[in-house]
Design a protein around this ligand. Structure first.
Ligand code: AMP
Ligand code: ZN
Length: 488
């Protein structure tokens, strides 16, 4: 089986060849922890969780690194005073690292809710200031960067002068970039508007600041990912992922920094996950068209008519390929819920099927497995994989109705293949039945047993049931309409 990956850099699906056979180094840009992640952010992280799970299932030993952006970095409008951490610090009257801690904890809680596996390494930008300063020094020494008024910028024109190609990932032409740029940040400091900050001088208002050879300041956002990815995965590593919106300038700058530092492209396969839209509009905090993951799960929102279990949200996300835009709507969620319930029902039914080794089945299990794995290895095509799972679901219900047969060997194979694909690879989880309902049913059984004991005058047993329940804080009350219970 050959794994094919769509490489955003070449614009083609390529056969995946890891640097070290059997091993994969994968870096994914993590969240900026100055506020709660919205559902759109979750989609990107979930896409890479599915890719991580798939790689592991296909037998690769994966080192998965996903960072936490916790050092303040510039905003799109380039105004240092609009730094997102600084703003939130003022708003919430908290220390910057309190903000970082609060939203890192929230991020982990949210991803845990959707059953995302933790990465192998989760480095923070503030924990790698020394590495970022060293990289900046190296870039100055190599003539790719210059200091200006306490800040250090990457010299994009110099990079191109040396035959390198700034814009190769986003397919932007440098002249076009120079003509269209309206970047006000660093005006008067930069040689060219496209030069980007490696190190930024901190204004007196800027709270997050570190000492450096250029005075007090803080690192540029693009540099942190270069510092952390190459530290843990090497100067050139296999896969770099992130949301589509990070292609330019973030990932373009990472390529430039990596090449300028090490004379080698930092990444072999660039993977970009597409956006989540809601009611056909991109989900984003700035436009207000967003929903927090918890709001979808509790139902406390104005967009969806009912709450949805995290496993159903996960299933809904995986029904779209990671490179396609996914529009989330009430109808889409309801359809996913229906599909999810049918899938889980089939798994339950499968465990009660009796095999039959005499009769031949029309369902070719080997062929079906090949199709499922072809989808998985075809650039992680989850919607096609799920479509194949539903062929198996149909077969399972036919088995249950006695319209189909399965041999003992095939039954074991089908069970283990479905378990692996549904639970390990797609990362779905069966929804546990409501515990309160279970307790209610159990207590009703105990009340019934107590009534029977009383009828047969076994008062010792009936009293024992009542007293033992009472010791557990459950009081039985005998009334005219029968026995009820109170939980104390
Ligand atoms: P941020 O914390 O803003 O750096 O974003 C974290 C990740 O979420 C990045 O990889 C973004 O590309 C991604 N992201 C932001 N908005 C969306 C969206 N609407 N749909 C999918 N991914 C998104
Ligand atoms: Zn990054």
């Amino acid at each position: 089986m050959q794994l094919k990956i769509y490489n955003s850099l070449t614009g083609e699906k390529e056969i995946f060849k890891p640097i070290l056979e059997g091993n994969v180094g994968m870096y994914v840009c993590g969240p900026t922890v100055y506020s709660n992640v919205h559902l759109g952010n979750v989609r990107t992280f979930l896409s890479f969780d599915f890719i991580y799970r798939s790689l592991k299932h296909l037998g690769y030993k994966v080192r998965y690194v996903r960072n936490i952006t916790d050092a303040g970095h510039l905003t799109d409008d380039g105004n240092v005073d609009n730094d997102r951490f600084v703003k939130q610090t003022r708003l919430e009257k908290l220390e910057p690292m309190e903000i970082v801690q609060k939203y890192t904890v929230d991020f982990h809680k949210v991803l845990d809710m959707f059953n995302l596996l933790p990465p192998n390494i989760e480095p923070t930008a503030t924990g790698h200031i020394v590495e970022q300063i060293e990289l900046t020094q190296k870039l100055i020494e190599r003539g790719f960067a210059y200091e200006s008024n306490g800040s250090v910028y990457f010299d994009v024109l110099e990079y191109n002068r040396r035959g390198l190609n700034y814009g190769e990932l986003s397919k932007r032409n440098i002249e076009e970039l120079f003509a269209n740029t309206r970047d006000l940040d660093g005006q008067g400091e930069k040689k060219n508007p496209q030069d980007f900050a490696l190190w930024k001088k901190a204004s007196p208002a800027h709270i997050m600041r570190w000492n450096s050879p250029w005075g007090e300041g803080f690192p540029g956002w693009h540099l942190e990912c270069t510092a952390m990815s190459t530290k843990y995965l090497g100067e050139t590593f296999d896969i770099h992922g992130g949301g589509m919106d990070l292609k330019f300038p973030h990932h373009e700058c990472e390529i430039a920094q990596g090449k300028a530092c090490n004379d080698a492209a930092p990444v072999n396969y660039w993977m970009h996950a597409n956006m989540l839209t809601m009611n056909s509009q991109r989900m984003s905090k700035s436009t207000g068209n967003y929903i927090l993951p918890m709001q979808l799960v509790t139902g406390e929102n104005d967009f969806f008519e009912k709450p949805f279990h995290p496993a159903i949200v996960r299933f809904c996300f995986l029904q779209a390929h990671y490179r396609s835009v996914l529009d989330i709507s009430n109808d889409a969620m309801l359809a996913s819920e229906k599909g999810f319930i049918r899938l889980m029902e089939a798994i339950k039914v499968l465990h009660s099927i009796t095999p039959n080794d005499e009769k031949q089945s029309d369902f070719n299990l080997e062929e079906w497995k090949n199709k499922a794995y072809d989808a998985l290895t075809d650039d992680f095509n989850s919607p096609v994989l799920i479509a194949h799972l539903f062929e198996a679901v149909k077969y399972i219900f036919a088995l249950n109705d006695g319209k189909e047969t399965i041999s003992t060997k095939d039954l074991d194979d089908l069970k283990s293949t479905l378990d692996a694909l549904i639970f390990d690879v797609l990362g779905l989880q069966a929804i546990e039945e409501n515990n309160n309902e279970k307790l209610d049913q159990t207590l009703k059984v105990l009340i019934e047993l107590r009534n029977q004991a009383r009828k047969s005058k076994n008062f010792e047993l009936s009293d024992q049931i009542r007293d033992k329940l009472l010791a557990e804080g459950i009081e039985l009350k005998d009334g005219r309409d029968g026995t009820t219970y109170v939980l104390n």
